[in-house]
Design a protein around this ligand. Structure first.
Ligand SMILES: [Mg+2]
Length: 448
């Protein structure tokens, strides 16, 4: 028996705005941050989960984690995971906290951290990586992880079991492929941040192509002329006929008509998809953009700011997306992600998780593996950004253009204590970088 005794949160922020890592048309200078949750127990194990933010406001998520996690303080782990769907429902059912959601925004980001910390704890007690726990489940056990309220008009538990049984036929082979680290091909965004100069971009494209990447994503949405130049450079490096794929990402800066018009100017560079062309809440808008761009061969992708499984359900029902970009901790943790993987499978839309953030590749490598091995049975691609992995005990690693499948017990986001101390905000004098002279540049910068 493992009992959760108390909950600790940490506000950890990395000053990525210094070199514009992560910059895009909407987010000019983010400081990649982690609202971090540690579940302490009466056993040698601790559960580690986090939610990604880009700086200011991270402390609000930490406060919400403390409030939410109180619902499982004193609880027994086996009881919590024996009926996961009910536990998830319990976590979203504090009616007073629910008022400040429901199931969206800060309170839902906090839920992602808490639920993922529980999965990490459970995985450590079982001695398995998270993906393997799900791979070892029966279809009924997978379905019992999910709260199906709000989903049954699109997908019933019985249909989900039937789909998982069907996919289960080749599962043993796919597990072997995962164990050989051939389950999850990676794509790179490292070259494509909007704040990077053209020479840096070209060098990074050449470098990542040489490393075996075949999919490259660039940020767009600053200006048509600039973007045409940047995409031309990209195509000069990766070509049109070498099997390389280009994707572009606008981070929500356009109205629906603007998105359609702008993308017509970029069509000659043949992007596979435009990511986040408009507001993440605009289901009909995405559907309109998709139907306008389909004749040009450009697909529509979204999901990193899609607030919950209900919006994903509607995007899929409306035929609004070609690519489903789940986020590991904007959704309410593994359980809600499983729901969206099943919905996407039903609507035959590939999963390409959002991973552009600290800790996200560590999480999503498990989710893409689950999608391939357990749910869709089809390989997709997964974003990889080469930043900040050194702060984790079990960092995501790319080899030969593929994620190296995580085999250590847990959910891979346990952060090194010295990194937490060094980048804690506002942190301790003489310990935290945020108390240093260098930090003043970031703290006193114009708020954009
Ligand atoms: Mg994006």
């Amino acid at each position: 028996m493992v009992t959760i005794t108390h909950i600790e949160t940490r506000d950890v922020r990395f000053p990525t705005s210094l070199d514009k890592t992560g910059s895009d048309a909407m987010n000019a200078a983010g400081d990649y941050s982690s609202a971090y949750c540690i579940l302490h127990t009466d056993s040698p194990h601790t559960g580690h989960g986090m939610t990604f933010t880009i700086g200011r406001g991270n402390e609000i998520v930490c406060a919400a984690i403390t409030l939410l996690a109180d619902r499982i303080r004193g609880a027994d782990l086996d009881t919590l995971v024996s009926n996961w769907g009910a536990t998830w429902r319990h976590l979203v059912s504090d009616s007073q906290l629910r008022w400040i959601g429901p199931e969206k925004g800060v309170i839902h980001l906090a839920l992602g951290a808490v639920v993922n910390a529980l999965w990490d704890l459970w995985a450590k007690t079982l001695g398995k990586p998270v993906w393997r726990i799900v791979a070892d489940m029966t279809p009924e056990e997978v379905v019992r992880c999910i709260d199906f309220r709000y989903l049954t008009d699109a997908l019933t538990p019985e249909e989900a079991v039937a789909m998982l049984e069907e996919t289960g036929k080749g599962k043993a082979d796919r597990i072997r492929e995962a164990e050989a680290s051939r389950a999850v091909p990676a794509y790179t965004t490292s070259a494509g941040w909007l704040g990077y100069g053209k020479e840096k971009m070209r060098a990074l494209l050449e470098e990542t192509a040489a490393k075996g990447y075949r999919h490259f994503k660039l940020k767009v949405g600053g200006s048509v002329e600039e973007d045409r130049e940047r995409l031309q450079i990209a195509r000069d490096v990766i070509g049109y006929d070498k099997g390389n794929v280009l994707m572009v990402d606008a981070n929500q800066v356009w109205s629906v008509p603007e998105a359609i018009d702008y993308m017509r100017h970029l069509a000659e560079y043949k992007p596979w998809f435009i990511e986040e062309p408009t507001s993440p809440d605009d289901i009909y808008g995405h559907a309109a953009i998709r139907s306008a761009l389909a004749p040009l061969g450009i697909g529509v992708a979204t999901g990193e700011m899609c607030q919950n499984r209900v919006i994903f359900k509607q995007l899929l029902q409306a035929g609004a997306i070609d690519v489903c970009q789940i986020d590991a901790c904007r959704l309410g943790g593994v359980n809600e992600v499983l729901a969206v993987l099943l919905l996407a499978k039903k609507f035959n839309v590939p999963i390409v998780p959002h991973s552009g953030g600290v800790g996200l590749p560590e999480y999503t490598q498990h989710l893409s593996t689950i999608d391939y091995v357990v749910v869709s049975g089809k390989k997709s691609v997964l974003e990889y950004v080469d930043h900040l992995h050194e702060h984790f005990f079990h960092p995501a690693v790319i080899r030969d253009g593929h994620y190296v499948t995580p085999m250590d017990p847990g959910y891979s986001v346990e952060m090194r204590p010295e990194s937490m101390e060094r980048f804690e905000f506002p942190g301790k004098e003489g310990v935290s970088w945020w108390r240093s002279e260098e930090a003043r540049k970031v703290l006193e910068a114009e708020r954009i």
